[in-house]
Design a protein around this ligand. Sequence first.
Ligand code: FAD
Length: 368
Amino acid sequence: MKKITIIGGGAAGMAAAVMLARKGCAVTLLERGDRLGRKLSATGNGQGNVTNLHMGPAYYFSDDREKVGRLLSRFSAKDTITFLESMGGIFLPDARGRVYPAGRQASAVTDLLRREIARLGCDVVLGAHVDSLTYDGVFCLKWGSGQMRADAVVLAAGGKAAKNLGTDGTAYALAEHFGHSVTPLSPALVQLRCDPKEVRGLKGIRMDAALTLVRRNRQIFSTRGDVLFTESGLSGDAVFQASSYAEKGDTVLLDLLPDVGRERLAAAVEKGGLLCVVPNGLGRMLAARGNAETLIKRLPFTVTGTLGFDYAQVTRGGIPLGETDENLMSMLQKGLYLAGEIVNVDGVCGGYNLQWAFTSAAAVSEGI
Ligand SMILES: Cc1cc2nc3c(=O)[nH]c(=O)nc-3n(C[C@H](O)[C@H](O)[C@H](O)COP(=O)(O)OP(=O)(O)OC[C@H]3O[C@@H](n4cnc5c(N)ncnc54)[C@H](O)[C@@H]3O)c2cc1C
């Protein structure tokens, strides 16, 4: 029986463990933290947005988007739902195609996977921070006081985002040892920092807004969704999407009432001011700046940066897809497979990153 060791007990590592054990492999899962799936349990504001029915390579950033498309066509959103429901549970889409467990609890998705991993008899070693991976005919893995050998290794140790959930970017070195490169890394799906003066007094206000990102008078990106004002800038789904394209110095323009035309807005403001037009805190700020009607349709914010890796949901960049075969096996070391966020693939907001974790786990398990 083939002995497979998986480094990283996140979404990709746990899914790969289940898929490989179901195929009859002897699987060991090594996780540096004190439990499996900590990040998975925090996803989707704790509700677990596991995939999206609107799926395709256009929703991803990578050095080889076509390959992402090929892999997605082998294991797409419906396969993710089937895979998860094979362990129990019900997974349902919302109006925007975002798929959640019916109970809306991300930690329950982690529990499904954990339970299946235990049922299949996989070995799970917690507190195993692998810091050495070498090959001398078989793989040799070392951590703290432990070590083991394996016929094949799945490196699913995540990226550099959200280090409080176990991923600080140190795992790239395990692949670099075999000659892999790592593309430039940057935080993605992250809050945008703005001039603090522009957001003063707005903290906590949330609106459904149309967002346009402008650079040197050119529209770079536009979307519609949740915008949350924070102490240091802008957050929310729409802002996370824009963060994939934003650069320091760009302007974010918000239309705070995208479904209301200028005439209707003007009539309401003339009758009753800004009451019941925008939240009061925002109304006070707009009134102080004057020209409130215009600002409601085009409220500008200057991007001064992002909140960085610690606050990002995902990592842009990683080990190039081009350095792997069609089953995500390393082209530089036979038997070494790569899955999840450690690879240079990241998706927009809405379930695309977990879909990549499951898609890549499926490719790896087919390859092995
Ligand atoms: C707050 C938040 C919310 C999110 N919400 C969503 C969402 O709703 N939908 C969505 O699609 N995506 C979401 N994402 C992104 C998604 O969670 C990640 O892209 C996905 O979890 C990546 O899976 P992974 O298995 O590759 O890595 P991870 O889930 O990061 O798992 C990697 C694991 O490897 C372990 N590890 C690291 N180094 C080592 C080592 N040397 N030895 C042993 N173990 C190691 C880590 O402790 C970690 O448990 C969210 C991310 C965050 C931070």
